[in-house]
Write a protein that binds this ligand. Structure first.
Ligand SMILES: C[S@@+](CC[C@H](N)C(=O)[O-])C[C@H]1O[C@@H](n2cnc3c(N)ncnc32)[C@H](O)[C@@H]1O
Length: 417
């Protein structure tokens, strides 16, 4: 059934409306606790819609066969000026999605042109009978539900399943010059093997379709969204891109692109940092997207050599000869910190050695040092407080950080830049 006007009307006038988490001021929508967790962050919704505005999409509607509360669908249909069809198997969620289409169109000052069906999105023919649309679909957007806390991120955990939904909608997708336009929203933790499985499913149905993988991050080392953009939605010249979502609603995102769509972790070099080297702890989301080398090429002198000290985990580390030079206002958000190595101390970071480490830091002119190395969560604040207290007697003015590369025994005292 499509969501009845009565259900929608009662929702539109219901008192219980919420701000979208991290959404713009003044936009209130319907979300319950579960849909809030499932919902696409609003900035991601809008950035994607604007990216698709740049693509040569055919005429026709947007279909989202598992639309949840419909946030991404509403952003797409309003920004692209396309009619929308959303389906969700959960009736109350479909109701929320229907009301949200109207609320979001009103907020964006657009005419709402959306139909929401409460039903099974894998039954394309049945859904289409209900909406009696002759239209073929210009854009297919799919964001399946996934189990919370999955460790495998296997494709058959997706609900609905990717192969089933692709088969169901394939006959109804309009082809532009480069095939149908599709965006598949996938688990942010998909391994390269799983990504290859997704590509195989696509190739079995549309051999050789253009594809661009997109990692999107709002910082703190997290990949918020990993999506595959296909056909007319893909960037035919780039197989991969990384989007750093800005911290506010007004700035432009930072976008990094790479030609190759697969990548390997950079090899760790056995060249230990030395005094005078510059050391950067990178944002781990940038590194897990495989785009760190592309970014480093842009913020370092051409001739500068980069040595990868740590490639995995929460604190990926590179050393380089010259300081970083930021060109984009969001460049500084792609690192955790950067500085020059001013001293190497051969010591374990523990309470017994803290005094001698502090002495060394004071000798180097530091009065503030942040511990940026893996420590048990109960130990880190104790050591940091101890160090803060000891550095109070310093007459120095420098601030910096203490880190360590891999299994090397030396602590690196770095002057923050
Ligand atoms: C991750 S959510 C979508 C979130 C949405 N993209 C947004 O921006 O708010 C996935 C949705 O798929 C729905 N779903 C699961 N199986 C389905 C099916 N067979 N047909 C339609 N919807 C389904 C779930 O009820 C859930 O609301």
């Amino acid at each position: 059934m499509t969501v009845s006007p009565r259900v929608m009307d009662s929702l539109l006038h219901a008192e219980k409306m919420n701000m979208i988490p991290y959404g713009p001021e003044g936009l209130l929508v319907h979300l319950d606790d579960v849909t809030r967790r499932l919902a696409t962050p609003w900035q991601v919704c809008m950035i994607r819609a604007r990216q698709l505005e740049e693509c040569d999409l055919p005429d026709g509607m947007v279909i989202d066969p598992a639309c949840g509360a419909g946030l991404q669908l509403a952003a797409l249909s309003n920004v692209l000026g396309k009619e929308a069809l959303g389906v969700d198997i959960d009736e109350s969620r479909a109701g929320m999605a229907a009301a949200n289409q109207q609320l979001i169109s009103d907020f964006l000052g657009q005419q709402c042109n959306a139909t929401i069906v409460a039903g099974d999105g894998t039954k394309a023919a049945e859904v289409l009978k209900l909406v009696s649309s002759e239209n073929k679909y210009a854009l297919f957007y799919f964001d399946p539900a996934r189990p919370v806390g999955s460790t495998t991120h296997a494709l058959d955990e997706m609900d609905p399943k990717l192969n089933i939904i692709l088969d169901a909608w394939k006959p109804y997708l309009k082809h532009g010059e480069t095939g149908p336009a599709m965006v598949l929203d996938l688990s942010p933790r998909l391994s390269s093997e799983r990504r290859a499985e997704v590509e195989d499913l696509v190739d079995e149905r549309w051999p050789g379709l253009d594809r661009t993988w997109q990692w999107a991050s709002r910082g703190s080392g997290r990949i918020d969204r990993l999506s595959l953009w296909l056909g007319a939605a893909a960037d035919s010249e780039h197989g991969r891109r990384f989007i750093r979502i800005p911290p506010d609603h007004f700035s432009e995102p930072l976008e990094l692109k790479s030609v190759a769509h697969s990548f390997e972790e950079p090899p760790v070099q056995k060249i230990f940092p030395r005094k005078g080297n510059h050391l950067t702890i990178l944002d781990s989301a940038l590194v897990s997207s495989g785009m760190a080398s592309t970014w480093l090429d842009g913020v370092l002198e051409n001739e500068d050599r980069v040595d990868w000290q740590v490639t995995a985990g929460r604190r990926p580390i590179v050393t380089h000869g010259e300081p970083l030079r930021f060109g984009h206002e969001l460049d500084s958000l792609l690192i955790q910190c950067t500085g020059m190595v001013v001293s190497l101390v051969r010591a374990t970071l523990d309470e017994n050695n803290l005094e001698s480490i502090a002495e060394k830091a004071i000798d180097c002119g530091f009065n503030k040092m942040t511990l940026r190395t893996s420590l048990p969560p109960e130990v880190q604040p104790v050591l940091q407080r101890g160090l803060d207290r000891m550095l109070r007697r310093s007459s120095g003015t420098k601030s910096g950080f203490i880190t360590r590369t891999g299994t090397d025994e030396h602590l690196l005292l770095c002057h923050e830049e």
